[in-house]
Design a protein around this ligand. Structure first.
Ligand SMILES: *[C@@H]1O[C@H](CO)[C@@H](O)[C@H](O)[C@H]1NC(C)=O
Ligand SMILES: *[C@@H]1O[C@H](CO)[C@@H](O)[C@H](O)[C@H]1NC(C)=O
Ligand SMILES: *[C@@H]1O[C@H](CO)[C@@H](O)[C@H](O)[C@H]1NC(C)=O
Ligand SMILES: *[C@@H]1O[C@H](CO)[C@@H](O)[C@H](O)[C@H]1NC(C)=O
Length: 292
């Protein structure tokens, strides 16, 4: 990789997959404070059901995707037709930081309000253009609610609150960006690739929160292998978008889960010491009820 083109790669890394050495050589340049402020503004907007807090930090040309569909709220300033128009009382929120791609992934749950059960994953991407640094250029949300795959916001919240997502310390124990992305890719490749399951760095214990279904029983031998695809000839999981946080050991991947009615899907994996520890999924089939 020639140094001269690395800067260009930073700008497009979100759009294209790269080889492992390319990914690890990307510089860490993003401003975490600015990323955190944007994630907070997004939470403020969702809590209020108002776009105003977001419009203060978005680039003029920002785009909004909801369940893999473009929703044109950027030009009108109105959130009508999107989840952002609905004030949600959030019971949980966690944000991960990708300091190479200048992006965040936020997991949020609204469970206590019976009228508005939601489990939402949101990737926010920032400009790396020096003339407009830090502005938000895209917000990309997977919004799951009643009808989504294995949906039950209360159960999901309960499982999340019993998990331990702490920063991985010491820093020397963190897995490389390429390792995290490869784990996410191998996992999502299991549907369409006969050898991908062997490339997943399975850990023990490992627990998968699939919608609200939990593979964990609080035992040291908990496994994430329960119910993984045995048919590797299914449609691939396409249009992947990544947010990778080495400090959290996490990779968030949004995709089209083609085998599940072309659902809008979020998979988030956490590795500890190179081994898979947690998997969280959210899968929306839009106005339809998800069925395999
Ligand atoms: C990082 O972002 C914060 C918040 O926007 C800002 O106050 C600070 O000056 C930025 N730091 C750098 C080095 O640009
Ligand atoms: C949107 O604006 C940002 C900030 O000015 C810029 O970096 C980016 O290239 C623009 N994107 C498009 C698609 O025009
Ligand atoms: C969570 O994980 C950290 C780091 O592995 C560990 O130090 C801490 O004791 C754990 N907390 C709980 C409640 O298990
Ligand atoms: C299948 O998965 C293996 C392990 O992840 C990988 O090395 C291989 O390139 C994949 N094959 C295809 C066709 O994607």
């Amino acid at each position: 990789m020639k140094k001269a083109i690395i800067a260009a790669l930073v700008a497009v890394v979100r759009a294209a997959p790269f080889g492992q050495s390319d990914l690890d050589s990307l510089p860490t340049t993003c401003n975490q404070t600015a990323l955190a402020e944007a994630a907070d503004a997004y939470i403020a907007a969702q809590t209020a059901g108002q776009l105003a807090p977001l419009l203060a930090i978005t680039a003029a040309n920002w785009t909004y995707l909801e369940n893999n569909q473009a929703v044109s709220i950027s030009t009108t300033g109105s959130a009508t037709g999107s989840i952002l128009a609905k004030a949600l009382k959030l019971d949980h929120r966690r944000t991960n930081f990708d300091l190479t791609a200048c992006a965040t992934y936020t997991e949020l749950v609204s469970a206590a309000d019976p009228a508005n059960p939601y489990v939402i994953g949101t990737q926010i991407r920032h400009s790396t253009d020096p003339s407009a640094p830090q502005k938000v250029v895209s917000i990309d949300s997977i919004v799951s609610t009643t009808g989504a795959w294995l949906f039950d916001a209360k159960k999901t919240l309960d499982h999340i609150l019993h998990e331990n997502w702490t920063t991985i310390l010491p820093a020397s124990a963190r897995d490389a960006r390429s390792v995290l992305q490869a784990a996410g890719d191998a996992y999502l490749d299991m549907w369409s690739n006969t050898t991908a399951d062997k490339a997943v760095p399975w850990g023990t214990p490992c627990t998968r929160l699939e919608g609200s279904a939990y593979t964990g029983r609080g035992r040291p031998d908990d496994s994430c292998k329960a119910g993984i695809p045995s048919n590797h000839n299914q449609a691939p999981n396409t249009h992947r978008r990544y947010v990778i946080d080495e400090a959290m050991g996490s990779v968030s991947v949004f995709c089209v889960w083609e085998h599940m009615m072309n659902a809008a899907d979020s998979h988030e994996l956490r590795l500890e010491g190179g081994k898979l520890r947690y998997v969280h999924t959210m899968t929306s089939c839009g106005s339809k009820v998800c069925k395999l």
